[in-house]
Design a protein around this ligand. Structure first.
Ligand SMILES: *[C@@H]1O[C@H](CO)[C@@H](O)[C@H](O)[C@H]1NC(C)=O
Ligand SMILES: *[C@@H]1O[C@H](CO)[C@@H](O)[C@H](O)[C@H]1NC(C)=O
Ligand SMILES: *[C@@H]1O[C@H](CO)[C@@H](O)[C@H](O)[C@H]1NC(C)=O
Ligand SMILES: *[C@@H]1O[C@H](CO)[C@@H](O)[C@H](O)[C@H]1NC(C)=O
Ligand SMILES: *[C@@H]1O[C@H](CO)[C@@H](O)[C@H](O)[C@H]1NC(C)=O
Ligand SMILES: *[C@@H]1O[C@H](CO)[C@@H](O)[C@H](O)[C@H]1NC(C)=O
Ligand SMILES: *[C@@H]1O[C@H](CO)[C@@H](O)[C@H](O)[C@H]1NC(C)=O
Ligand SMILES: *[C@@H]1O[C@H](CO)[C@@H](O)[C@H](O)[C@H]1NC(C)=O
Length: 909
């Protein structure tokens, strides 16, 4: 999503002629009078307070509604009905509510600045771009209760329409609904703030809901301001930290809770039924501000995450889902810098192996409901107008063809086709090429120009009907019309003790030990009586949530957790901010340290350094923090550093500094970050996370252009490549790294055979399993025995890598992660066996055409990054293709003039 106002353009013209062209076909079933669609039952009385500039959209934040039928009265009614004392309209279409405006973020301005026409009543103004028309509500409903969500077919008058007649098939019901809509109504229902149809009794619906690591804030999600009931949802660690657990079962459990909580919100009218998660773009460049939202740089890890997250979120039945998941952003989107207008020209090889592989898994293997197309262009054509990606690859090749499978645009991405990519000459042209390429739903408002597209014959009504058919079929899968097996989920299913325990568990399991000179674990004996707790994350609360967060039930800071530990007297000092020049706080920090017998420094980076729309330019620690850490380390007091943030910092100075005995990476651990950290530092829980990314030296940012899309290194040494698979330099800390409090010994329980013939392998599968093979086809299971020979019980993540020095063309990957498993709580002296399954995909890599090929040659499998165990085997025979990628056409045809974009070498302005 984006925060820019561009998507809600002032004065957007909307056709809302509700003239009935078709009337609903009468239903044969009885239409019981069982409640009606929630209506606004009162008109709020208000004082107009004026027009306020709102540069960061923070005047009112308690609840937000985005709808095409916005007027100030509609907004204050909506807010007042929910018990809020203030309401405000901004951007022409957005309504904000709150109990008290934050005037510190606003300044009163001339009424003429509030010049965005309300979309349905153009004579009235609805704020402006970053300017709010603000109202005090004199009679908010004190006992306001949410009117809830009632399945549309239980409301009048829709229930008597054929769409609600259960004697017809879903396809027939959807078709009857689409056929009953006027063209104007159709257009109003292919944007995220979809209008429904008052005439038919079809409710409006906001498609924009977020759930990357818990039900998150979004236009479709409302956290109530009241203390009980839908005022919060479980906030899990950011995906980058959860991924560091390398625990697939944990990821599935988390996604299941997020989906359950999301559906509980939706059932009660506090969110929609579809959520725009997971973010599955590979964390390819360490500077990417949104890498924190992803499971890291390795596509095999990303694919495993998807296989667990999507079914966890959606549930097992594609026809009766918990919620709809959306894999985003399709495709080749992994940078914020210039994101609205950049074009990338990746090779077919990198497309197949890196950029498209997560989406293939999502579509082909998980039954995901929807896919989001991205801001950037690929090979000169914006992703949301890209017939190759959306039609040939996604729909035809991967079979994204269930009635309910739809494509949604990233927010404003359709407008950007015209405005930033300059791909079309007009906004309606952008809408036309997106719809024709197969984007069924726009997040934004350019599709409201589709009436002009129709008039100019740039699109057909059939294309519009196709999109609507997919969207309503999708809403059927989540009970929007009839209800479903998840319709009883309620607030009692939100933030349960089990969900809270899971959020704590995820934080514990992800935390990763990068250095330990015998300082950790700190307990349980009270070795340290007085502990200095210093740094800009020491008292972190919302900072621990990272981006795409919602409102958690609680946030326990490290400081609060440490102060609650009775063994310690805590001396707290902020010391320094995340990044500034002010060293005034150093003295207090050093003083706190000097009277302590242990220093815990908690810092790193937060969303002021890495975020959506904000890439990093440097991989170093902020200088002020590094200076303070260095000063503290000279005190000769035992010291541990805890590094927060999603992207890695170059830790060279800390790793070399003997005054710092331990270093822990804690990502964004969210609501239970403090207790999780306390428990791993004390050793009540083991530290066993592994880095899901490479920690590059800071020089990498100078060496590699952020716009260089290639994964592979240059053979002449001018470009070092990306990710552990290809990087030719020396990482500061390698992908997969993570220390333990104990020691392990390893032994193969079952390795592989010494030799396989590729053609025999494939033939055996073709006869075994229904004739088709692909990268998912099982190959063999390697078993490793892991014995804890140290003194502490510990989890252990088994990582299995594959490499070859002679198979297939050069360059060859350094190695590839092909299997992993987290073993839990292996007691001192005991052992467990890791089953590590391999597939034919484990053995394959992409050729220049993007085909996955198994090449003959000598191979090695190795357990862990230290190669604790190895086994060599060979593949004989001929190269064999197990998966393909369609070849792009020489030319794509559009119904409007277009301008193919060259590859970006700098940020598109
Ligand atoms: C009325 O709606 C409720 C759920 O909202 C449902 O359980 C009940 O069966 C409905 N009654 C009729 C007569 O349709
Ligand atoms: C609210 O005001 C509108 C416009 O003045 C009017 O049509 C409507 O009946 C009023 N509703 C109530 C519940 O007073
Ligand atoms: C709100 O609820 C309380 C308790 O149920 C009741 O006494 C009061 O009259 C209600 N107020 C309004 C304005 O409905
Ligand atoms: C493609 O998807 C459709 C609809 O979901 C399904 O019926 C069909 O079996 C699938 N085809 C293949 C080859 O998987
Ligand atoms: C947009 O493209 C047209 C046609 O290629 C060109 O004339 C125009 O200068 C471009 N505008 C921008 C802002 O790049
Ligand atoms: C820690 O943060 C909390 C919540 O923001 C705040 O109330 C508290 O005063 C802070 N503690 C210190 C010692 O600054
Ligand atoms: C530096 O920080 C101190 C304490 O945090 C504050 O009082 C002071 O105003 C700051 N100085 C500047 C120049 O921002
Ligand atoms: C575009 O049009 C040309 C000329 O009619 C045709 O040869 C080509 O196949 C078309 N491309 C696509 C992708 O439809």
């Amino acid at each position: 999503m984006r925060t820019s106002s561009k998507l809600f353009r002032a004065g957007t013209k909307v056709l809302l002629s509700l003239i009935a062209v078709h009337t609903g076909v009468e239903a044969s079933a009885t239409c019981t009078d069982n409640g009606s669609a929630p209506t606004i039952a009162y008109n709020a009385s208000t004082n107009y307070l004026g027009c306020y500039s709102d540069p960061s959209v923070t005047i009112l934040t308690a609840a937000k509604l985005s709808t095409i039928i916005m007027t100030p009265q509609y907004c204050v009614n909506w807010c007042g009905q929910r018990g809020f004392e203030y309401g405000g309209v901004e951007f022409g279409t957005q309504c904000f509510c709150g109990s008290m405006p934050d005037f510190s973020a606003a300044s009163k301005t001339n009424d003429s600045s509030c010049n965005s026409q309300c979309s349905t009543e153009t004579s009235i103004s609805c704020g402006g771009n970053y300017v709010m028309s603000l109202y005090q509500i004199l009679d908010p409903r004190v006992n306001a209760t949410n009117t809830g969500f009632v399945p549309a077919c239980q409301t009048q008058p829709l229930c008597s329409h054929q769409v609600c007649d259960t004697s017809w098939s879903i396809a027939e019901r959807v078709s009857s609904l689409v056929n009953s809509l006027t063209v104007e109504e159709k257009i109003l229902n292919v944007v995220d703030a979809s209008a429904g149809s008052e005439r038919l009794g079809l409710p409006s619906y906001e498609w924009w809901n977020e759930a990357t690591h818990g039900v998150g804030s979004a236009p479709g999600v409302q956290f109530t301001s009241k203390p009980a009931g839908f005022s919060y949802a479980t906030s899990f660690p950011s995906p980058i930290l959860t991924a560091a657990s390398f625990d697939d079962a944990l990821i599935r459990a988390i996604a299941n809770v997020i989906g359950k909580e999301g559906r509980a919100f939706a059932n009660n009218g506090f969110s929609g039924f579809d959520f725009w998660a997971p973010n599955i773009n590979g964390f390819r460049d360490p500077r990417w501000g949104r890498g924190q939202e992803t499971p890291g740089e390795d596509i095999f890890v990303v694919q495993s995450y998807i296989r667990n997250f999507v079914p966890g979120l959606q549930g097992d039945d594609p026809e009766d889902k918990q919620v709809i998941a959306t894999c985003k952003h399709f495709a080749v989107y992994d940078l914020e810098t210039g994101r609205y207008g950049n074009n990338y020209d990746p090779t077919q090889q990198d497309l197949a192996e890196y950029f498209l592989a997560p989406f293939k898994t999502c579509v082909r293997d998980t039954g995901v409901g929807s896919i989001m197309c991205s801001y950037n262009a690929v090979s000169g054509i914006p992703a949301c107008a890209n017939e190759y990606l959306l039609e040939e690859v996604l729909r035809k090749h991967w079979n994204f063809t269930a009635d309910y499978n739809y494509v949604v645009s990233d927010c404003g991405a359709v407008t950007d086709i015209w405005q930033y990519h300059n791909f079309t000459d007009t906004e309606e042209g952008a809408a036309s090429v997106a719809l024709n390429a197969g984007v069924d739903l726009e997040c934004g408002s350019s599709y409201l120009k589709l009436n002009e597209s129709l008039a100019a014959k740039q699109i057909s009504v059939q294309a519009l009907d196709q999109a609507l058919t997919r969207l309503y079929s999708a809403l059927f899968t989540v009970g929007f019309f009839d209800g479903g097996k998840y319709s009883d989920l309620d607030f009692s299913d939100v933030s349960t003790p089990a969900a809270q325990a899971l959020a704590y568990e995820a934080a514990v399991e992800g935390m990763t030990l990068l250095k330990n000179d015998k300082l950790l674990p700190l307990g349980p004996a009270h070795k340290f009586k007085t502990v200095a707790v210093v740094g800009p994350f020491a008292n972190a609360t919302t900072q621990m949530q990272g981006d795409y967060s919602g409102i958690p039930p609680f946030l326990v800071s490290p400081l609060e957790a440490f102060e609650g530990y009775h063994g310690w007297k805590v001396n707290y000092a902020l010391g320094t901010a995340i990044h500034d020049q002010n060293t005034t706080g150093f003295d207090l920090a050093l003083a706190a340290a000097e009277k302590s017998d242990l220093i815990i420094y908690l810092g790193g980076i937060d969303n002021s350094i890495e975020a959506e729309t904000l890439d990093r330019t440097s991989l170093t620690w902020p200088q002020n923090q590094l200076d303070l850490i260095t000063n503290l380390s000279k005190l000769s007091i035992p010291m541990t550093v805890v590094q927060f943030g999603g992207g890695q910092l170059d830790d060279s100075a800390l790793l070399q500094n003997e005054g710092i005995q331990a270093l822990v990476w804690a990502g964004y651990p969210s609501q239970s970050g403090g207790p999780a950290l306390l428990d791993v530092l004390l050793g009540r829980r083991s530290l066993a996370g592994r880095l899901p990314v490479t920690q590059y030296p800071a020089s990498y940012a100078d060496e590699v252009s952020i716009f260089d899309i290639n994964l592979r290194p240059d053979l002449n040494g001018s470009y070092p490549g990306r990710t552990y698979k290809w990087y030719t330099g020396n990482p500061v800390v390698p992908f997969g790294y993570g220390l333990h409090y104990t020691e392990f010994e390893f032994e193969w329980e079952e390795a592989l055979e010494c030799e396989y013939n590729i053609q025999q392998l494939i033939a055996s599968y073709q006869t075994d399993i229904s004739g088709t093979i692909n990268d998912n086809t099982p190959f063999a299971t390697v078993k490793a025995r892991v014995k804890n020979v140290g003194h502490e019980a510990s989890d252990y993540v088994s990582l299995l890598f594959l490499s070859s020095d002679d198979a297939g063309p050069i360059p060859r990957p350094n190695k590839s992660l092909v299997s992993y498993l987290r073993l839990h709580n292996i007691k001192s002296g005991s052992e467990e066996v890791s089953d590590l399954p391999l597939t034919l995909g484990s053995l394959a890599r992409a050729d220049e055409n993007g085909s996955l090929v198994i090449f003959p040659g000598h191979y090695k499998i190795a357990l862990d990054i230290f190669e604790s165990l190895t086994f060599e085997f060979s593949l004989q025979g001929y190269p064999a293709v197990i998966d393909t990628l369609p070849v792009p056409d020489a030319q794509y045809n559009f119904t409007v003039p277009v301008h193919i974009e060259p590859a970006s070498t700098e940020a598109h302005s």
